[in-house]
Design a protein around this ligand. Sequence first.
Ligand code: GDP
Length: 296
Amino acid sequence: MFEYLSEKLSFSLRNISDQGRITEVNIKDTLREVRMALLEADVALPVIQEFISRVKESALSQKVNKSLTPGQEFIKIIRWELINTMGGQNDTLNLAAPPPVVVLIVGQQGVGKTTSVVKLGKYLGERQRKKILVVSTDVYRPSAINQLETLTKNINIDFFPSEIVQKPLNIVHLALTYAKQHFYDVLLVDTAGRLHTNNFMMNEIINIHIAIKPVETIFVVDAMTGQDAAKVAKSFNSMLPLTGIILTKVDGTSRCGAALSISYITGKPIKFLGVGEKIDALEPFYPDRLANRILG
Ligand code: GDP
């Protein structure tokens, strides 16, 4: 899924490995090619500019390290800066708060919110032995609540029923009370898809956020939307205090620009990747593993 950038970067880096020493002149062409590779992978321009300037600065200020060739040294710097750009370390969900820990899932229509709610529920239930309740507040799409209920069948998480005649705020109050009374560890709240430009819908989610005080507010975003993903995330984050990101449909794009741009632009960590339509196609996000994958 990251083959595109991987292929382009290894092509860009092929020349540097033959150089005796890293100098401004001999890294110039390589950096130009790295820049092109990032542009073609749909990484946002300000992120590329910052990345290139940090790589250049580190490469030129390197002390001679006899155990590495200049080419190896340069690739080590690229790897390090890729990791930094993607947020540095793995950041997982904060489940240390008193139960039920409320996780609010937000984002635009069709990005994979409902699928991610169920994937996350299954993941936390199976891997961390948490007792999970899910609820949908999507009263605008008649099939949305049914979709969540259907997806939770046959897996070990509980579904809290809601109806399209109810108000989203009322649904979350009822679900939270039920989760407290029945000792759930985690309440996952699915929400209707919304555009950051729709005041009515943004006010609704802000009010839900105020009412249930989620420990985690996770923005779900489709990796295939490339640079736009980062712009929309930034806009949501300006209205709603996001705590993390799930980047979905990573399996469907060979351009992984969004993975590089999004946490840099929002300052929020990517916590999980959606890597397929199946309910177990969810991976915790490790910037170092992804950097290794990109560098091949
Ligand atoms: P929502 O409108 O944001 O709730 O989106 P849905 O959860 O209904 O997902 C929309 C479509 O995207 C569905 O067909 C899902 O199967 C698909 N989908 C969700 N996550 C992924 C993913 O990680 N990879 C792929 N390939 N498809 C996904």
